[in-house]
Design a protein around this ligand. Sequence first.
Ligand code: NAD
Length: 488
Amino acid sequence: MNQLRNHDVPPQKLFIEGAWQEGSGETLEVLSPIDGQKLTTICRATPADVERAVASARAAFDDGRWSRMAPAGRKKVLHRLADLIERDALELAVLGVRDNGTEISTAIKAEAGSAAATFRYYAEALDKVYGEIAPTADNVLGLVHREPVGVVGAIVPWNFPLMIGSWKLAPALAAGNSVVLKPAESASLTLLRIAELASEAGLPDGVFNVVTGQGSVVGEALALSMDVDVMVFTGSGGVGRRLLEYSARSNLKRCYLELGGKSPNIVFADAPDLELAAKTSAMAIFRNAGQVCVAGSRLLVEDSIHDEFVAALAKHSAAMKVGDPLELSSQIGAVNNLTQLEGNLAFVAGALEQGAEIALGGARILQDTGGWYMEPTIVTGVKPDDAIAQQEVFGPVLAVTRFSTDKEAVALANSTDYGLAAGVWTSNLSRAHRMVRDVRAGIIHVNTYGGSDMTVPLGGVKQSGNGHDKSLHAMDKYYDLKTAWMQL
Ligand code: NAD
């Protein structure tokens, strides 16, 4: 690992038409969150570069080199890509950690591991998708075909670039589409590497292109393109809104949005194991320094156990080691960028001004490393309308609020614009089912928090989004339905 840590990362190019190409714009410095030092540069692509990438994807789609390849052929390529990701898993994980700061103990499984599993899942799924024969009248035949949509534009964030990128890329490619992907400015390196591995795996040139640079330039150009048929996006609500505008201003392309969360983790006094609940709740918010879309960032605790539970939670959280994300012992890595870190601290300061109190942490630490690190932070006495209870911090900051009845717990849980994830801890089976029914969220964890796998969809309700990644359901985004109505 030490060798990989010190590898020079050469200046990066764009990946278009199956080859590295120079961008026509300037470059952007990539700073590592580990020490704040320059890691490499990426291209600031221009709208003209985006146009080139889209044209390459369009040509590849139209001539059928991938879209009309027999499913068995596509399956083989995607499995080969998974093999190559597994071959290079450690290299990919270390490169990703140097770029985005996630602790390696999380990244190795959640990034390279999950990417390989995702490609395998959709490789296996792609030849199980059938068309339909509609139950029409006798003398007609209604055939329902599923066709790839064409060119997919994908824009992804910096928190788990490889995992989230693969959640878009794998089903899009499996369905026969071409893709132009735009990674986040501060987490582009592993996805550029995946493009190279995809070529090595036998993906035809032009089918997968990567353009890097500023969201407001590159992402905008991609989302405004008249030749992109569908946009898939994971990121903030603000940018999600813009994508809908870009769609309205261009070709009305469908936009599938996976946005933020302010997920409630509800602990009742009858939780089966309060110590386990406290430990898991700490992981639920502090893993990857809180930069997890489904993080349990609002803890709702029943009044009668509030003090005891917060004390147990603080004990477990304080024991989590913050530090160099390339050390296996680190349980909380770096914050991805300085602006994000300053934003986290501002949320804490704002909460204190509104009368909340700090039960743990609250400060930037390890400044001597030059990197961006923050203590796991627990803020108690948070009122439902406080900014820290309503807005996504996307950092290692937990907001704690008390409740005394089931009704109040549900009202608090549903009191934000978000609806991504939730957790409920109780021994009462009926209460668990009622909570699953009444809390508005895309995923509800019962007596655990954070688990899931490829077999279940991930997506939000309310302003947390309108699409699902993972599972067979994700494939629907990448097909159009076509009806053939045939007189017999
Ligand atoms: P962000 O919205 O700032 O950026 C996401 C991507 O959009 C980046 O690639 C960025 O370059 C691009 N972008 C920025 N401005 C753009 C524009 N005007 N047009 C087009 N593209 C533009 O989000 P982030 O800070 O990278 O990531 C954190 C956010 O992502 C959080 O809100 C988090 O909750 C969310 N997220 C959601 C999920 C989920 O599955 N729901 C998963 C992970 C992260």
